[in-house]
Each structure stands twice: as structure tokens, then as C-alpha cells.
Design a protein around this ligand. Structure first.
Ligand code: NAI
Ligand code: 15L
Length: 275
């Protein structure tokens, strides 16, 4: 993980939602150069603030009034909070669908001009792994979770067209310390590359609503980021260094969704609530 010694002028206050999550804990450290004060929020308790550069605020994204208070006084929002896997619709509804609406409404009311939205590859999960996509490819969500991210991207587009609030929607592939399986050899995004992408998303002027895929410089690429080239995102890491370890795992069947679809196993989750 890098800390960027050439970081641009810090924002006065940045808000990070989902701060107790897997990525949130990493970003709590790597975003430090970009804000005098980092406001950290989640629905669950987090480690207490470690100094004046941090504020910690528990907040349920489904609670409109609480989100309104959360956003007061921030200059930009990194929206990483919410349900992060496929779940029944009712669970996704409050956290992700109402949650993203509350974030944008609060941004509008408080004059926040930039949101970074943690979207997901699951907005295009039903494409096959041999298909090449860019940001203009029609979405093919692979579940309620992917649908909620697709809705979030539409929300971002609307709030730019109507209110001029800019967003970079990052369709994150798989951001973990290491790729966990063969599919992630293609979708892996290192924490350092994620941080670089967030820096570009925060500081690039005139992004309107930009959609960018979040993947490292892996040997095979499913996603073409030319439509987001104005961000200047140049990933540096590659999943290749983990190939031997990943390929030591048993080979799944050729028709296993993990080997066929870009969204992998998510395409086969559910249905929920039949009993
Ligand atoms: P995570 O599940 O570890 O973190 C999400 C956080 O959101 C959790 O700490 C959870 O408590 C919080 N949360 C859930 N419901 C909430 C609510 N109603 N109000 C407030 N907070 C709530 O997920 P992870 O891996 O850290 O991902 C962060 C974001 O990035 C998520 O939005 C996820 O959808 C997105 N993403 C992550 C990818 C990855 O590979 N890690 C890939 C694609 C997208
Ligand atoms: C996601 O959107 C999830 O949040 C994450 O947990 C991974 O499953 C990732 O996609 C992936 O597709 O690997």
C-alpha cells in the first residue's frame, strides 16, 4: 500500500461511508493525505478517532435525517457503505437504494459538489467472460445487488444533469489483498490502484458523471477504460504475481458460472423467499 507523498492539496473534510468494511478500513489509512479531516461512518461501531484528523459517526444510510446530518460540512463524499453482496431485495432496499438517494439529497442540500460512488462489476455481471466492455456497454445486472448499483449510477447521472453534482462511479472488480480465485485474476484491483483511482476521481476537474472500471493492470482485461481516460488512471499492479497460488486451486467445471460470467457466482444467487 502506498501513501502518496506528492498528494495534491487536501480537502478540508471528506466523508467516507462504509468505513468499518473491508475497503473502508484500508481507505481510512490511504485517504489520509487527501483530507485535513476524514469523517468516517458506518452502521456498526468503528475504532475511535485517532486524532483531530478523524471524525467517527455511526449512521444508518436508510435513515434520511441521519444522513442529512452526516453530510453537513463535508467537501466531497466517498460512498462505500451498504450491502456489498447479493441478498434478498428487502435488505438491499434500505441500505443501497434508499441509502444512495439519501446521500445525493444530502449532497444537494449541503452544496456538496463531488461524490465518488463505489459501484460494482455486478452492474454488468451477466456478460460472458469473453466479451469486452466499456462504459457505454448496456448494463446487465446480475442480481438485486447489481441492480442497486445500477440504480446508484442512474442517481448519479440524474443529480449531475439536474443539480450539477459530479460523480465518478467506479465499477470495482474485486478489491481484496489478493485475487481469491481464477475469475479474480481478471477482476482484481489492488488497494494501491484503488487509492490512485480515488485520488484521480477526487481531483480531476469536470468529470460530470464518469463511469470507470476498477481493475489493476492484470494480464487479461475485460474492461476498456478509454471513455474515462480524462481521469488519467494508470493501474500499476497485476494479479499475475498470484497466478501460481490461484491456479493451485481445483479447476471448476467449464460451465460453472464462475468460469462463464463476468459476475461469476453472483449470477446464480437466489431466488430468495420461496419458502
Ligand atoms: P463491506 O461489506 O466489507 O463494507 C460495507 C460496509 O457498509 C460495512 O461495514 C457495513 O456495515 C456498511 N453498511 C451496510 N449497511 C449499511 C447501512 N444501512 N448503513 C450504513 N452502513 C452500512 O464491503 P467492501 O468490500 O468494503 O466494499 C465497500 C463498497 O465497495 C461496497 O459498497 C461494495 O458494494 C463496493 N464494492 C466492493 C468490491 C470489493 O471487491 N471489495 C467490489 C465491488 C464493489
Ligand atoms: C462485489 O461487488 C462485492 O462487493 C465483492 O465482495 C466481490 O464479490 C466483488 O464484487 C467481486 O465481484 O469479486
Amino acid at each position: 500500500m502506498t501513501s502518496n507523498s506528492n498528494a495534491p492539496t487536501p480537502f478540508n473534510r471528506l466523508l467516507l461511508t462504509g468505513a468499518a468494511g473491508g475497503l473502508g478500513k484500508v481507505l481510512r489509512e490511504t485517504l489520509r493525505p487527501y483530507a485535513t479531516v476524514l469523517r468516517l461512518s458506518d452502521i456498526v461501531e468503528m475504532a475511535p478517532a485517532t486524532g483531530a484528523h478523524e471524525e467517527v459517526q455511526v449512521c444508518d444510510l436508510a435513515d434520511k435525517q441521519a444522513v442529512h446530518q452526516l453530510v453537513e460540512g463535508v467537501d466531497a463524499i466517498l460512498h462505500f457503505g451498504g450491502v456489498s453482496v447479493e441478498r434478498p431485495f428487502e435488505e438491499i432496499l434500505g441500505a443501497n437504494i434508499c441509502g444512495v438517494f439519501h446521500i445525493y439529497e444530502a449532497a444537494r442540500r449541503h452544496g456538496v459538489k463531488r461524490v465518488i460512488f463505489a459501484s460494482s462489476n455486478h452492474v454488468i455481471g451477466f456478460y460472458k467472460q469473453d466479451e469486452k466492455l466499456d462504459a457505454a456497454s448496456p448494463r446487465r445486472p446480475d442480481g438485486y445487488y447489481g441492480l442497486s448499483k445500477s440504480y446508484g449510477e442512474d442517481m448519479a447521472s440524474f443529480y449531475f444533469d439536474r443539480y450539477g453534482i459530479e460523480t465518478v462511479s467506479i465499477r470495482i472488480g474485486s478489491s481484496f489483498p489478493e485475487p481469491q480465485n481464477r475469475r479474480m485474476m481478471h477482476t482484481w484491483l489492488s488497494f494501491a490502484d484503488l487509492t490512485q483511482l480515488l485520488e484521480r476521481a477526487l481531483y480531476t476537474p469536470n468529470v460530470g458523471h464518469t463511469v470507470v472500471y476498477g481493475a489493476s493492470a492484470n494480464a487479461t482485461q475485460w474492461w476498456d477504460n478509454r471513455l474515462a481516460s480524462h481521469l488519467g488512471f494508470v493501474p500499476k499492479d497485476s494479479s499475475e504475481v498470484f497466478r501460481a497460488k490461484v491456479e493451485a486451486q481445483p479447476m471448476p467445471a467449464a460451465d460453472d458460472p464462475a468460469m462463464v460470467y463476468q459476475g461469476g457466482a453472483f449470477v446464480a444467487a437466489g431466488p430468495f423467499g420461496d419458502d
